[in-house]
Write a protein of this length. Structure first.
Length: 234
């Protein structure tokens, strides 16, 4: 199996709207590494809860989640069905913070996330993992931890553009209110709250475009000596 250029785990944390998902996928693609969007897992469980009306803890324990760690095709399957589009709907967005705050949900998904990380490290050597508790809980020994941030207004503008591009309609004012609501819920939950790891590097993306953020992250990877010059086939 061909190994990529990244060695180890890059943990990208931060609130929604900082460009985290886009830059994480682009970084993983540039390094030919694995990619894991942990938020997609919480969204998938939330979708299952909304569809079944079941208890979140029970749903998280029984739902069969399959995630591709290929940054060019990061699909999410729930009980054998591709739900990559469904999990991005407004109903899931409104409910995901509450579902992800349930301790049993986080425990179940963190175990799966660590298994996916370990598998990627064995098979291709490295993985970029994004979420809200990667550097603090999921992968506290990550070789590089980055905390992405941006002003609430900038994040709302980005989220609104993403929604329009995906065919979802929402005003910037509504998106800003949702961003602030999720910040409050994610940062105050009792289990694995959103916070910056003590050894994470903070990157403010308010005035940076995607290319600028990616350049900074690649420079950090190189400074830490986490990139090999050529992929190795084994």
């Amino acid at each position: 199996m061909e190994q990529g250029e990244l060695r180890g785990v890059v943990a990208l944390d931060g609130p929604s709207g900082t460009g985290k998902s886009t830059v994480a996928r682009r970084l993983a693609g540039s390094l030919r590494s694995g990619y894991l969007d942990t938020g997609a897992m919480y969204r998938a469980v939330t979708l299952a809860v909304l569809r079944t009306g079941g208890d979140p803890a029970a749903v998280a324990a029984s739902a069969r989640l399959e995630l591709s760690t290929d940054p060019t095709n990061p699909t999410v399957r729930l009980d054998g069905v591709d739900v990559s589009t469904d999990i991005r709907g407004p109903e899931v967005t409104l409910a995901v913070s509450a579902v992800s705050a349930v301790p049993e949900v986080r425990q179940a998904l963190v175990r799966q996330q660590r298994d996916l990380i370990a598998s990627a490290l064995r098979s291709i050597g490295g993985i970029v993992v994004e979420g809200r508790d990667i550097g603090t809980v999921v992968a506290p020994d990550a070789a590089l931890k980055v905390y992405l941030t941006a002003s609430p207004d900038a994040r709302a503008q980005r989220r609104s553009r993403q929604d329009v591009a995906a065919g979802r309609t929402a005003s910037v004012e509504e998106t800003l209110a949702d961003v602030q609501r999720r910040d409050r819920l994610d940062s105050t939950r009792a289990v694995s709250p959103l916070r910056q790891a003590s050894d994470a590097v903070e990157v403010d993306t308010t005035e940076l475009d995607l290319a600028g953020v990616l350049a900074e992250l690649l420079a950090m990877v190189d400074k830490r000596g986490l990139r090999v010059s050529q992929a190795v086939t084994r």
